[in-house]
Design a protein around this ligand. Structure first.
Ligand code: FAD
Length: 499
């Protein structure tokens, strides 16, 4: 049965993950008259990458992630990316604090908790790098509270589980940031969507898959939507469409008749964790400890041992390990990757394959690992780890962006890209990193592209500033104000840090 709805929307959001939910909520809070509708193909929202068990739940502030601070040949550490990531996450925190102020979110502990972030390395050369990184970072006010130590006794206080049975002469070092956080993005997204449904009458239609998007007259777009329970097809018109479909964004974008989509491809990499079943061990670790990725390993494979709070319960996870599946979504189809290949993106895909052979070797090596091999990797962190205390859990799918490149045919990117039509009426988010932590920052970018007339108005800018004080401002331009805002945010979000 086919159905043409009479309703016309200002915005259709495809996908019920953190990205669509963030965009819709920012828009409704600043312009309650906007007509927005959200479609989610699964029976529940936040079940793909945004689901708590499907991601690492790190509030990415660049405190512990060594891949954001590369070192050049002379030993100089470049911290510019770290400064960027830090500020992006602070914008998310400012937005969440506003929601608490407005009593739209009642219990911040349900989605965010303080958890110290550590970078930890072993061996002479790595220790030297970490020290240089620490010195470079603490020269910036946002990282000035970072602590550094090579002393085993101090490290034992920070992460006793990792320091068990260590030889006293083993060379190692770590940094610690108390301001680190763990985030349950699933719980947060559910709360966003509840606010949208209950306070702003935004329909969030589950079991609805957007199959295609076509132009509707000169101004609008029409989304073809399938009810996955009844098989019914309906058409919904809107002036703007945001494709926030996670791994489902690329295949849908490929159906939209805009030239900007040409040349894009996707390469799926799935994640896996070891999760701890032994409560005694779980209670001994209270930190996120990130180390260095192996040679040729992609940046998202940095190994870390994380204490997490998932649905009110403390958990302990180690990983991620990379897996390979041709699906673009965890609940997707094995045909996703082959179906995404076309005349336009084949040269990019081939270029990427050819120029990334070490990555292919790394993935093959990862996929071959069995439980014993994974426990061997874990032993670098917990040297007496026992296989029976740990079990494998499959995490979310990440679809890495493949883009055209004049020299190499195609390049593989590990960041995110907002692909959009010239007039900004179609926007799509591709890629997955640094991800959910920076959703507010990324959705502000979508807002700039899709609704430039809003962003240009002073009245609208004032509204954004009330919600997210540093939405458009570098924290370094007004350090005193930033620190005041940050202290208030920590208090509102019940973070256990002193300012
Ligand atoms: C292993 C792993 C670890 C990660 N760790 C972190 C971390 O520590 N910190 C961090 O900040 N980020 C992390 N990320 C990234 C983060 O999870 C993602 O960036 C974020 O969840 C993406 O949100 P989204 O809304 O774009 O996508 P999703 O959460 O995947 O949501 C997209 C939704 O769209 C739906 N959908 C798809 N196609 C259609 C369609 N055609 N019609 C209707 N609905 C559709 C899907 O069912 C899904 O619910 C991690 C990701 C992975 C995989």
């Amino acid at each position: 049965m086919m159905n043409k709805t009479n309703q016309e929307y200002d915005l259709i959001c495809v996908g019920g993950g953190i990205m669509s939910a963030t965009l819709a909520l920012i828009l409704k809070l600043t312009d309650p008259d906007m007509k927005i509708i959200i479609f989610e193909r699964l029976g529940r929202v936040a079940e793909e990458s945004t689901k708590a068990w499907n991601n690492a739940g790190t509030g990415h502030s660049a405190f512990c992630e060594l891949n954001y601070t590369p070192q050049d040949k002379n030993g100089n550490v470049d911290i510019s990316k770290a400064i960027e990531i830090f500020q992006q996450f602070e914008r998310s925190k400012q937005f969440w604090s506003y929601l608490v102020d407005q009593k739209l979110i009642k219990d911040p502990k349900a989605f965010i908790r303080s958890i110290p972030h550590h970078a930890w390395v072993r061996g002479e050369k790595n220790v030297e790098f970490l020290k240089n990184r620490y010195e470079a970072m603490t020269s910036e006010f946002m990282f000035e509270d970072m602590k550094y130590s090579e002393d085993h006794e101090r490290l034992k206080q920070w992460f006793p589980l990792i320091m068990r049975n260590r030889k006293p002469d083993e060379k190692m070092a770590a940094t610690r940031m108390e301001l680190g956080t763990g985030v349950n993005f699933e719980s947060l997204t559910e709360q966003y969507l509840k606010v949208l449904e209950d306070h702003f009458d935004v329909p969030v239609l589950r079991n609805r898959e957007v199959l295609d998007i076509d132009p509707e007259g000169p101004e609008d777009w029409s989304a073809k939507v399938e009810n996955r329970v009844t098989g019914e097809i309906s058409y919904y018109d809107a002036e703007h469409i945001f494709i926030g479909a996670g791994g489902g964004a690329l295949p849908l974008l490929q159906k939209v008749e805009i030239p900007e989509k040409d040349g894009y491809g996707g390469f799926p990499v799935s994640g896996q964790w070891l999760f701890c079943k032994n409560r005694e061990l779980i209670e001994q670790h209270h930190a996120k400890v990130y180390s260095k990725a192996g040679v040729d390993a992609p940046p998202m494979s940095v190994p870390h041992l994380d204490a997490r709070f998932i649905n009110g319960k403390k958990e302990l996870l180690f990983g991620p390990f990379a897996g390979f599946s041709t699906k673009f979504l965890k609940e997707g189809s094995n045909l996703d990757l082959p179906r995404s290949l076309n005349f336009d993106n084949l040269p990019s895909m081939w270029g990427v394959f050819w120029h990334n052979l070490p990555l292919t070797t790394y993935l093959i090596d990862q996929v071959r690992k069995d439980h014993k091999d994974r426990i061997e990797d874990l032993k670098l962190f917990i040297n007496d780890a026992r296989p029976e205390d740990w079990e494998l859990k499959i995490a979310g799918q990440r679809v890495q962006i493949i883009k055209r490149d004049k020299e190499q045919g195609g390049v593989l990117e590990f960041g995110t890209d907002v692909v959009h039509s010239k007039d900004g009426k179609i926007t799509a988010l591709l890629g997955a990193s640094p991800g959910a932590s920076t959703a507010v920052h990324i959705m502000l970018e979508v807002l700039r592209i899709a609704f430039p007339e809003k962003i240009q108005s002073q009245d609208y800018k004032n509204k954004l500033e009330k919600m997210i004080p540093f939405w458009d401002t570098d924290a370094r331009t007004d350090v005193q104000k930033f620190k005041k805002v940050q202290a208030r945010v920590s208090k509102n979000l019940k973070l256990d840090v002193l300012h």
